[in-house]
Design a protein around this ligand. Structure first.
Ligand code: KG4
Ligand code: ZN
Length: 341
């Protein structure tokens, strides 16, 4: 089955062609980062308009790269939520229009299920069951995964998502959008041990997270340094490292707890923050101690992309699931409500 996947939930237009027999044939992405950077964050209306502009050229591009013709496509998968409503509607309208024109089914995919399944596109995919840490710009969740659509939420952020904490903290320190990669870059040159930031909610039981206090702690530290006349690049790097270490440690502590609680030894990390090298190293070390394994996607499939939507959609289509022709999206959507396949 040849599936065209469209991702438009936020500020990236992602398009991919996935074949159930041959795997991923082609994927293309247009990132709107430069468009939104001047505003310090995503401007929803600009995002929607840009998705309209990029979608068809990207579809032509992946068809060309895969050497396939539109007539060979068996179904269209698109991100139906969660995300920005206008941006989602562009992908949904486009997918439904193409599906109607080509006489094939369309299936709406949950964006976080897409992220969760992205490591399945790698050479050594994880086997069910596993614990998944979903860390993106909008979500921080620990989930027990027994199969596709069999999700048990173990814990989640009570305020900011991990990626959101990176983005907001970076903004407070005058860094560019998106903040995750900027902080990670500065942290590489940070002095270990100069600052020690709290590891929120690790001193009490449970698997929930809270990152908003850490953001304030970082701001206060930065302001104290500035008040003392120290706005040096090195201080920025030192603060970035302390912040990143606090996030990474907190996530690692909670992942260890989730593995212990479930008795599982496989951990999947997915979503934009799973591209963070320091997080990967910390979890790899923790899983080595437990004689388990951590799985993640290649960096470009950690952040938003069309390949994960084509893959997730294909699995649901193979199980006989698809949507009617209505153009509906769900800006807020719990993954636990998804049907099992
Ligand atoms: O999954 P994603 O592309 O979009 C959402 O679904 O939200 O995640 C984007 C988030 C942003 O907050 C970005 O700052 C963060 O992922 N991110 C990172 C890194 N790369 C992207 N955070 C930390 N380290 C990175 N290397
Ligand atoms: Zn995402």
């Amino acid at each position: 089955m040849l599936v065209l996947g469209l991702e438009t939930s936020c500020d990236e237009t992602g398009v991919a062609l996935y074949d159930s027999e041959q795997g991923l044939l082609a994927d293309a992405l247009f990132s709107q980062i430069d468009l939104h950077r001047v505003y310090g964050g995503v401007v929803p209306e600009l995002a929607s308009r840009d998705h309209v502009k990029r979608m068809l050229p990207l579809i032509r591009q992946v068809l060309g790269e895969a050497g396939r013709d539109a007539s060979q496509i068996d179904a269209v998968a698109y991100t139906a939520g969660p995300g920005l409503v206008g941006a989602l509607l562009v992908g949904a309208s486009c997918a439904q229009a193409l599906a109607l024109a080509w006489g094939v089914p369309a299936v709406g995919v949950h964006h976080m299920e897409g992220h969760l399944l992205a490591p399945m596109l790698e050479a050594q995919p994880p086997a069910f069951p596993f614990v998944a840490l979903l860390v993106s710009g909008g979500h921080t969740q620990l989930v027990r995964v027994d199969g596709i659509g069999q999700y048990e939420l173990l814990g989640e952020s009570v305020d900011d998502a991990a990626g959101e904490a990176f983005d907001k903290t970076a903004k407070l320190m005058g860094l560019r959008y998106p903040g995750g990669p900027e902080i990670a870059l500065l942290a590489e040159r940070g002095t270990p041990g100069r600052f020690l930031f709290p590891r929120p909610m690790t001193d009490r039981p449970g698997l929930d997270f809270s990152f908003s206090g850490l953001k304030t702690f970082t701001l206060n530290t930065w302001q104290q340094c500035r008040a003392a006349g120290d706005e040096s690049e090195q201080t920025r790097c030192d603060i970035a490292l302390a912040f990143q270490q606090a996030v990474v440690d907190t996530l690692t502590i909670k992942c260890r707890r989730a593995l212990k609680q479930t008795g599982l030894k496989s951990l999947v990390i997915a979503g934009g923050v799973s591209a963070n090298q320091s997080l990967r190293q910390s979890l790899e070390k923790m899983l080595a101690d437990l004689q388990g394994r951590v799985f993640y996607a290649r960096p470009r499939f950690c952040t938003d992309n069309g390949a994960m939507i084509a893959y997730a959609g294909c699995q649901r289509l193979l199980a006989g699931q698809h949507d009617g022709p209505a153009i509906t999206v769900q800006p807020r959507w719990s993954m636990e409500t998804l049907p099992a396949i």
